[in-house]
Design a protein around this ligand. Structure first.
Ligand SMILES: [Zn+2]
Length: 223
């Protein structure tokens, strides 16, 4: 398989390469040029990649439109690697009040051009007693998985608030999948988040209703 992959790539770049397939998920693609050939290290997830992705690999090796190709390759690798890991996760998107999948699909179409491939599920109810804060949701990039606190699955919580929390976590997924290397609430993240039309009303509701979730604390955060 490696030999064949090497041949395909050589044909596409019309040159000689030495290929090393790596299993380390931190390395996606690395090219070192010597006078005679190109030494290419590539993640094993590309071995059965579709033609379009192989073309991007070839383009990257050749150094054409490098940033464009890099984005494409990072996205492919991150999705593929997380899909392998997340296959084992139990998914429960249908709550008693809210269906996370419906909310996710709606937001994906409206704000992300249907590009977010994450899975979404309710997680257990939890308050973080020690830091006196509540985590409404989180995004796990390794599993490409969004978890929403089950405490939000309640008639006391308006839909616009649940939507906003899902949007926030989808934005984390979007940043990660589009190749951003700065996790968390970067400047770019915050700027994009502010473009969400429901953010003000959601923040206001959160301020006024936080005691629904935490009795004694007035500190809160979303991750
Ligand atoms: Zn966050």
């Amino acid at each position: 398989m490696q030999k064949k992959f090497e041949e395909i790539l050589e044909k596409k770049i019309k040159g000689k390469i030495t290929l090393k397939i790596v299993n380390d998920n931190k390395l996606i693609l690395h090219v070192r040029k010597t006078e005679r050939e190109k030494a290419v290290k590539i993640n094993r997830c590309f071995l059965d990649a579709p033609e379009e992705i192989i073309d991007a690999v070839a383009g990257f090796i050749l150094g054409n439109k490098k940033r464009y190709h890099r984005r494409k390759l990072v996205r492919f690798a991150r999705e593929k690697i997380s899909a392998e890991i997340s296959d084992k996760v139990k998914i429960e998107y249908e709550g008693e009040v809210y269906n996370l999948r419906e909310i996710f699909d709606f937001l994906n179409a409206k704000h992300f051009n249907n590009s977010i491939t994450s899975k979404i599920t309710f997680g257990r109810r939890f308050n973080n007693e020690r830091s006196r804060s509540i985590v409404f949701g989180n995004y796990n990039p390794k599993k490409n998985l969004i978890r929403i606190n089950r405490a939000l699955d309640s008639h006391l919580v308006p839909e616009f608030f649940v939507r906003y929390i899902v949007f926030h976590e989808m934005l984390h997924a979007h940043m990660y999948l589009s190749g951003s290397n700065s996790p968390g609430h970067s400047k770019r993240f915050k700027k994009k988040e502010l473009s969400y039309p429901g953010i003000k009303i959601a923040e206001k509701w959160k301020k006024e209703n936080l005691d629904l979730f935490i009795k004694s604390a007035n500190v809160q955060q979303t991750e």
